[in-house]
Write a protein that binds this ligand. Sequence first.
Ligand SMILES: [Mg+2]
Length: 120
Amino acid sequence: MVKVLVVEDNPLNMELILEILKSRNFVVDTVDDGEKAIKITEKTSYDLILMDIALPGIDGVEATRIIKSMPGYKNVPFVALTAFAMAGDKERLLNEGFTDYISKPLDIQDFIKKMDKYRK
Ligand SMILES: [Mg+2]
């Protein structure tokens, strides 16, 4: 059982991500902002976190920094979800501690391929 937390504020993206992850047998929790992500990770442990970068309030980069500093989260993979399609963005996110990067709109086949790497 691989437990995933999805942090995404766009309901349509969330719906699509949730549908795909459930079809691949991931156990999924969802929140729609960075503060809720911090709160839920204080109580629950996850094997993987999908983190939108553009979020209301605390953004995905800052939320990731905070969660990664919590006990038990140092080695959990964080995958950035971002609509930013600028050159150099991937490098910036990898430097911020993200394990991987998925750009939106989602390429469904590519998303499934990336997520399957985290299945046990
Ligand atoms: Mg967003």
